[in-house]
Ligand binder design. Structure first.
Ligand SMILES: Cc1cc2nc3c(=O)[nH]c(=O)nc-3n(C[C@H](O)[C@H](O)[C@H](O)COP(=O)(O)OP(=O)(O)OC[C@H]3O[C@@H](n4cnc5c(N)ncnc54)[C@H](O)[C@@H]3O)c2cc1C
Length: 361
């Protein structure tokens, strides 16, 4: 078979679709297997829902995954293996709490926290970079959007906007709903699986994250911690996002997802208006503003046909089957047995698929 450019397809033992945390972890786990593994990534960058913005003289600002806890054992084991360090997310002794729009914001005492959240030193992207350092660059195809998988006599054909690939096994690490919407499979997958995928929530797909960077952590001087919880919004949660060294400072939080249709400037102004309520004109002394509207990221989110609940069908056991005569495996955070939707789930699902692949040899 010839691909769109008229050349023969690229042959591989394993094609991994998606170079997010699951895809990169799987590639890392298979690095000594002797298998010819290629990774196909639609975006021009790797990392998927891990997106750490880095600018000189500014803190790293996480637009995607940020925190984990002591319970996330798969992730912690991977961090240890890759010799990556973690640090505690400081919440401070107080938080600004807005209970209702008709009451002024209150400064409330936070209880001692014996189950802290952690961040990765250097930013979450340090994990992506460490995994990618084991990647042979010629095996990574970025800007490569998979749109079709066909069961042929010689294996699975994977059609993209560029080359066509032929593999013994294909692993999708796409959020299942995205896979269902954007990738045609021939012959069709069983109806039960299609229905499951169509109603599996993509964790955080609707969220909006923002960050303001500042020269000084002025909020601390004002006796507050940077921690905000608001029932009125538009900012619903916010935290001190200073780096591990505490030399570069930022406030980072979540905006109510309904504000996705506004312009960047309109969102920024609404957030500032809320921050001025708490911190006065100091809020305007930011050096940079960052945001990511994940609902506008076509390689993370597409609208659902019907309403789905947060985490709906995440970790469903049907994802532990293989398809197309054992040649297609569905991995990715949402398919994990433990902590589906989270980074821990992304690592666990990759480990599970790795065991299947190596077990079949
Ligand atoms: C705003 C936000 C905050 C989060 N916060 C946390 C947190 O604090 N803690 C936590 O544990 N988790 C958090 N998460 C969840 C975490 O990011 C995910 O669980 C994890 O990164 C998912 O990894 P993955 O590889 O399974 O999927 P993804 O990262 O979604 O990777 C899938 C990859 O497939 C690519 N792709 C998509 N379509 C195609 C196609 N057709 N062809 C080829 N490639 C394609 C994508 O570009 C992407 O790189 C957060 C997520 C978001 C969005």
């Amino acid at each position: 078979m010839k691909n769109k450019t008229g050349t023969a397809e690229v042959r591989a033992d394993i094609v991994i679709i998606g170079a997010g945390l699951s895809g990169l972890t799987l590639n890392y786990l298979l690095k000594d297997s002797g298998l010819n593994v290629v990774l196909l990534e639609a975006r021009d960058r790797i990392g998927g829902r891990i997106l750490t913005l880095k600018k000189e003289d500014e803190p790293t600002v996480e637009m995607g995954a940020t925190w984990f806890g002591n319970k996330h054992l798969h992730l912690i084991a991977m961090l240890k293996e890759l010799k990556l360090e973690r640090f505690i997310q400081e919440l401070g002794a107080t938080a600004i709490y807005e209970y209702m729009s008709t009451s002024p914001p209150q400064l409330v005492a936070l209880p001692d926290n014996d189950d802290p959240s952690f961040r990765i030193k250097g930013g979450t992207t340090a994990l992506i970079d460490a995994l990618a350092s084991h990647l042979e660059q010629e095996k990574l195809f970025t800007g490569t959007v998979v749109d079709r998988i066909v069961n042929s006599n010689n294996g699975l054909l994977v059609a993209t906007n560029g080359e066509t690939f032929l593999a013994d096994k294909v692993v999708s690490t796409l959020p299942p709903h995205l896979f269902h919407k954007n990738v045609t499979v021939s012959p069709q997958l069983p109806r039960e699986l299609q229905e499951l995928m169509s109603s599996t929530h993509t964790w955080m797909g609707e969220s909006i994250k923002f960050g303001f960077t500042y020269k000084e952590p002025f909020w601390r001087a004002q006796g507050t911690s940077g921690t905000v919880f608001s029932n009125t919004g538009p900012v619903t949660e916010m935290y001190d996002h200073s780096d591990f060294e505490d030399t570069h400072h930022a406030l980072k939080g979540f905006l109510n997802g309904n504000y996705y249709s506004l312009t960047r400037e309109e969102r920024r102004e609404l957030i500032l208006r809320q921050l001025r309520k708490y911190y006065g004109s100091k809020a305007d002394t930011f050096t940079d503003y960052h945001e990511c509207v994940w609902a506008k990221e076509p390689f993370t989110y597409v609208p659902y046909d019907a309403h789905v609940l947060p985490h709906q069908h995440n970790g469903n056991p049907l994802y532990r089957n293989s398809w197309l005569d054992g040649q297609l495996l569905i991995s990715g955070s949402e398919t994990a047995k433990s902590f589906p939707g989270y980074m821990d789930g992304a690592v666990e699902s990759a480990r599970w698929v790795c065991d299947q692949i190596l077990g079949d040899r």
